[in-house]
Design a protein around this ligand. Sequence first.
Ligand SMILES: [Zn+2]
Length: 158
Amino acid sequence: MNFILDGMLGKLTRWLRMMGHDAKYSTVLDDAELLAVAKKEQRVLLTRDFALFQQATVRGISVYCVEGNTGPERLAELYGRFRIPLEIDLAVSRCPKCNTNLASVPKDEITNQVQKNTLLHYNEFWRCPNCGAVYWQGAHWIKIRATLQEAKEKVKER
Ligand SMILES: [Zn+2]
C-alpha cells in the first residue's frame, strides 16, 4: 500500500517500509502539504492528529488516526484497519531510511561495508540502490521478530 505519515510517526514509517510498503514521511510538510500529497499521490494518510484526520475526511482523502502508543500496538491497529501482513521479507522490503526498494547483493560487494564477523555468520545481504545502506537478518532480528509477534498477539486480543 501507499502511505504518507505525519512527522510524529517516523518509527512506524520505518516499519511500513521494511514490510514492503511505499511510505512517504517528512517532518517539514505542514498539514496542508500532507493533505495535498495524500490526495495527489493517492496515499493513505496516517496521523496522530485528530484535527488533521478530520480535515482529510472532509476532503475525501483516505486517512487513519493512529491511537496506539507502542510499536506493536500501532502495527496491530494497521493490521486491523488494512489487513497488512505482519511480516518482513527483505526481498520485498524498502529501505527504512529512504523508501527505495532494496536489492539483493552478493557478499563480495559489501566486504568493506560490514564487519568481518557479520560476513562470517550471514550469507544473504540487501543493499539500498539509493542511499547504499546494507541490511541483513542479524542479531537485531530477534527484536524485530519479537515486536511482530507481540503485534500479532495484540491482533488476537482486539
Ligand atoms: Zn536507502
